[in-house]
Design a protein around this ligand. Structure first.
Ligand code: GLP
Length: 236
């Protein structure tokens, strides 16, 4: 695991962009595993800026997102589908047919998505305050594939800021790539910023590998880059 600590969120986003750009430069038909949440917004801005200024092309790139809420329409302002289109896809020259965000609420929907996610060159991840990756909450088996998840109170609490600060509006379930699916990626890039992530980051990097901290499994992946700001790294 390579750990890089940056002074600011802006520096973190630029450093993450460098890692992502290298993959695309080496393989114009790269398969990118993408994530939502506030952590990757700066990286996506760097990707859009670079596409506009330097012409980096995504026309042969495919993307697979990690997760989606259950029960929200695709076009709901808070769906991860909408998030991806607003923050990245609309700003680059990617073919919409090459972008994939899981959708559905049954085991069959989950299995169908899992079967599609193949050959990911780089998987981008954020981390939840409780160490979750994707929506794999503490206690999720490490070998789980894409599945329907019941969200914990703490995750719904953390995400209510996107739902008028009203936890009753936050979906109770999500469809998420499993940790087994995530671990199949050739390489992983995890980014985290802010003091609220410091405990989860410490447990991920220095703690024991346990299902109680889903991100701790990354210690076992052969090619992981973790990029943090000073606050997220403050307990290391
Ligand atoms: C959400 C997402 C995760 C994300 C995490 C952290 O619950 N499902 O993929 O990494 O929360 O979000 P943020 O980056 O906004 O802190």
């Amino acid at each position: 695991m390579e750990v890089l600590i940056c002074d600011t969120y802006d520096d973190l986003s630029k450093a993450a962009f460098k890692v992502m750009k290298k993959v695309i430069d080496e393989k114009p038909a790269a398969v990118l595993g993408l994530a939502t949440g506030s952590s990757p917004v700066g990286l996506y801005q760097e990707m859009v800026k670079d596409h506009k200024e330097n012409g980096t092309s995504y026309k042969d790139v495919k993307t697979y997102n990690l997760d989606e809420y259950v029960g929200l329409d695709r076009n709901d302002p808070q769906s991860y589908w909408t998030f991806m289109n607003e923050n990245l896809f609309s700003g680059i020259d990617i073919d919409p047919a090459n972008t994939h965000v899981p959708y559905g609420d049954t085991a069959e929907d989950a299995k169908a998505y899992d079967d599609e996610v193949k050959g990911v060159d780089i998987q981008l991840l954020g981390i939840g305050n409780n160490g979750h990756i994707g929506f794999n909450e503490p206690g999720t088996p490490f070998d789980a594939r894409t599945h329907i998840v019941e969200l914990t109170e703490s995750t719904r609490e953390a995400n209510k800021r996107f739902f008028d600060n009203d936890i009753t509006k936050v979906p109770t379930h999500a469809i998420s790539q499993g940790i087994g699916t995530v671990m199949d990626a050739d390489s992983i890039l995890l980014i985290a910023n802010g003091a609220g992530k410091a405990d989860a980051v410490k447990a991920m990097i220095e703690g024991e590998v346990t299902e109680e901290c889903p991100a701790s499994i990354l210690q076992k992946h052969p090619k992981v880059t973790v990029i943090l700001d000073k606050e997220a790294a403050s307990k290391l």
